[in-house]
Design a protein around this ligand. Sequence first.
Ligand code: ADP
Ligand code: MG
Length: 750
Amino acid sequence: MSQSARINAVLDGVQRPGRTVEWPQKGNRPAYISEIYGQNVFDLKGLQQTLPKPVYARFIQQIKGRQSLDRATADAVAHAAKVWAMDRGATHFTHWFQPQTGTTAEKHDSFLTLKTVISNGMEETSAIDAFSGSQLLQSEPDASSFPNGGMRTTFEARGYTIWDTTSPMFLRKGPHGTSILYIPSVFISYNGEALDEKTILLRSSEVLSTAAVKLLNVLGDKETKRVYATLGTEQEFFLIDRSLYNLRPDLKITGRTLVGTVPPKHQQLEDHYFGQIPSRVLAAISEAELELYKLGVPVKTRHNEVAPNQFEIAPIFEEASVAIDHNLVLMETLHQVAHRHKLKVLFHEKPFKGVNGSGKHCNWSLSTDQGDNLLDPTLKPETNYRFLLFLVATLDGIHRHGGLLRASIASASNEHRLGANEAPPGIVSAFLGEHLTEVLDAIESKRDVRNFSMPHLQTVKVGGTVLDLKVSTLPQIARDLTDRNRTSPFAFTGNKFEFRAVGSKQSPSFPTVLCNAAVAASLTTITEALIKQKGSKPEPSIDDILTVVRTFIASSKNIRFEGNNYSDEWVVEAEKRGLPNIKSCPTAFRQLLEPVHSELLINLGIMTKDEIHSRFHILMEKYAKDLVIEGNTLRNMVMQGVLPAAFTFKKELSDLLVSQKNLGLDISTVPEMKTLKIVTTLTTSLLTAAEKLSDIIDRVNALDGNEEQGDLAGNELTVSLEEVRKASDALEIYISDKQWPYPKYTELLF
Ligand code: ADP
Ligand code: MG
């Protein structure tokens, strides 16, 4: 690799014509989004149109009651799905599931079946396309190669994928104009243990629903039968040119740059945020959106993010389990479409040093089957008792189990973001905003909230507050209940909490599970307190409710923080409050094993002890492996790319010096000599650092299979990676551009 490869890659990017696709037409105009939305989804409407009425009714009963599907209904649904899919070019079907790898997995089977009949005494075999109910419901991929954290030995490798009837089947593009029928599924072991993300998510949803409905019942609500978490995931990512990407082994192998100096201009001017989306990027995002609309993924917002080449896509929120499927589909679709545009999408949380990383803000709330958002403060939160109860339940859950939430976002990659002044630190706290803080404080200090007013807070008064923009031509706008606090890991933003620390690359599933679990447990505690408080009365009085709310405001107060989470004062303050400040991944993972947290999950029936341990081991092992892979990649890049470049440059300098010496010049003071000396020193440091890295990698590898592997990797490998990088980056500044082997930040980011 040399500069010419870099230049060719840059030129390739500049000269390549953009890709356009035909937007579907309706008559002589581009189709409305609503006209294409969901066209590749086999949803309930599709089923209703194709199934006989009684069969459809039975199916609905079964998915609602979560009873197992009977054979005849399953066969009918499978047949309908097959006809629908084959009419749209499907040749194969696949159970699509979420092993604990952060991505999804699929194994395709064709509809082909051979049928043998005896006709006139002769065996005749013919090909037919078939898809049975049992094929729809269940499949058996070999589970031995998926992470299981030691839950099974390899000879007991049986695993099953089972259709998640709450998530509809959909069609994705296959090769040569064909398509593939996707069946969203869970993945469990032979003994029914969860091997995936979704099984525990569905368990947590049920637990949460039961707990929430019970509280609503005590409050006199007999209508609500189901409550579910809603989720809206704001997905951040980088898009870079693929030709350049291909010249960076670190990006290809680890998803982030392991060497590279920050260019003179990066994001200081903040001129990228909300700027005009570059046309090539817009073309790619728009093509992805087109596919996503067809897949019923409600993508809504797209914009430039803070860092150069960084973007965000956000959907309209949905029930959490569906929103998670959709987030994964969105990531896969963006990945594929970017490819077609010769771009590469980077979901890594910190692909570039010195510029902002990417997150996935998980907006979380609770909704009833009656369409009510239980975390909507409405116009007068101070007398919205139901809201207050659900609010304090959430705060209480986060307060008790902040450590769990921290565990759910820990990974080698997200670690670069957390606490790096761009994402919330290792301390979990919740932000409420001035208004709600005032409301809770008033209740806590027994001020009469029924005639609540906040003269000193006029500007944030809720209900009918309008902003005077002092420009008569602008329409009046309503002001939100809360301002934003970008530094808070768990911020209340109007009618939902925004879990901001979630990493861009990870599945939002586990963080959601733990939110659901923590809040479900607190809802149950609150319900019990309320039942006790009301005594023999049929329903609790307002005072009963306020008494309970008051108790929980007080007990969860420490989790509330309105200030700057990036400040040093907060670290000190949080320690005083007894909030854990979890800085490393291994410490975060161990939270899962803390009795207070593991018992929560076990008692609620969301995870068994084995499942928790298995997950802990998977996380720990993955963490160490990720770091070892980074280590090996960096070492190779240094030994095979950076050092040879430095040697060549040194030779060039030496040759220049020799020729000057031959001319009889005093070369001791010429700049070539000075540069040669500097480069020699820097090269030596780099080699030393790389050798040290090598040693540490060997030591980490030697601990394979041990829990301590993660600790050693976390303590030493991370530091060594940084040292090698520093040495290499120092050298990059001195080496002739012509010699530098890898595309530079300037080329990658602009
Ligand atoms: P903000 O700008 O305050 O972050 P947005 O309205 O842009 O709020 O929403 C951000 C994300 O939050 C979107 O994906 C949106 O669908 C989602 N969201 C909005 N309301 C809810 C809710 N009740 N539950 C879950 N997510 C929600
Ligand atoms: Mg937001």
